[in-house]
Design a protein. Sequence first.
Length: 416
Amino acid sequence: MQLMSDHVQSRRRTAQDHHFPIIRSLCRTALAGSAPNEAVQQQVRRLVESYAGEGATHEANTLRQLLEQSEAQSAFAPSRLVRSRQPLPGEELTPKTPLPVDRETATRLVDVLFHEQLPSRAPLFDVDVQGGVAALINEWVHWDALKSMAIHPTHSCLIYGAPGTGKTRLALWMAAQLGLPVVLARLDGLVSSFLGTTSRNIGALFQFANRYRCVLLLDEFDALAKVRDDPQEVGEIKRVVNTLLQSLDSRHELGITIGITNHDQLLDAAVWRRFDIQLNLPRPRFETRVQIARYYLQPLATTDMQLRLIAWLAEGLSGAEIETLARSIKKSAAIEGEHFDFLESVRQLSTLHGGRVPAVRREALRQDNSDLAAMLYEDESLDLEQKELAQLFGRDPGTISRWLRDRSSTRTRGTN
Ligand SMILES: Nc1ncnc2c1ncn2[C@@H]1O[C@H](COP(=O)(O)OP(=O)(O)OP(=O)(O)O)[C@@H](O)[C@H]1O
Ligand SMILES: [Mg+2]
């Protein structure tokens, strides 16, 4: 016993909090989903207070995080969002509305997406991002109330962040929440090789969007910034940027514009300033990664420990990458049926997705079982119990306990 490392000792639980892993798992499951039950939230709040009152800070903080995540998620629950009463000016877009085209090449300048083509589920974000998004949507939902008090609602939003963090999906989902179709600018059609044509196309795009009730979506907006990088085209570039600035200004009173970029540093400062709000979508934190993993692993039944292991594996990854990893695990489960071994599948995917999984995680998973078990046990973000390790490795708790003891004694000998 005296050979156990300090950390392992600090992980020994008193009889009273011995059941905490089960309590945490229960809370996480009960709070999951886009419309968590308020009564459940209230009970978890009581647990948090009770743990905090007893000085069990770790337990209180863990449950508080789950609660915050769930409270932010409730703001997205469909029942909380009153559908827009569409106070926006303009005509109604229908599938028959003629769409603008590039005059030289006849390429379409926009795609129009109607309600049934938009996602009904919100992407999963960290608590602070969810709060920001909910506030923005709330403002748009109450557009007419703000106007009646002579307050200008937010008309434009720039969403920026790394690839696969859910930018496009968020924009489309926001439009769905507002009950508006999306006019999606096709930048391939818009940026023309003919001199002067790009500016004219931008003009035509905004004229179209300003005529109809819609969300104008400028996805991969930096493509227009790239035009400016060509030294041969200085005059044309200035014209394009000026037209864009004027167009963004002209649209300001007329409707909602969402710009998206993952190269925010390429955007002209003047363009950047035109957006009322600049929303950064970071790569998800641990608790959000757990939620994303759970969502994409459905209908596979997963334990809290398995989800945490994936969140640990996916440190620094985007939502889209976590989705890919989850799909890979589901594939193994489907193929292997009753022989499916979760840990084996995680090890396999860390090799198959070498470019995605962080190198330190890949290395960790290549260790033999006893070293890996000790490493996982000591990882504070994972917060695994010996019982959970026993489940993961398919061994009895005695073996796990021996692995951890042996590893501690080896380390102690090594430092002597
Ligand atoms: N936060 C998230 N929650 C749930 N799913 C996500 C999240 N982020 C990404 N995804 C999944 O990844 C897919 C791709 O995301 P999306 O296209 O919105 O990313 P993006 O930020 O626009 O990427 P890019 O910069 O490459 O265009 C989504 O359709 C969704 O399935
Ligand atoms: Mg995108």
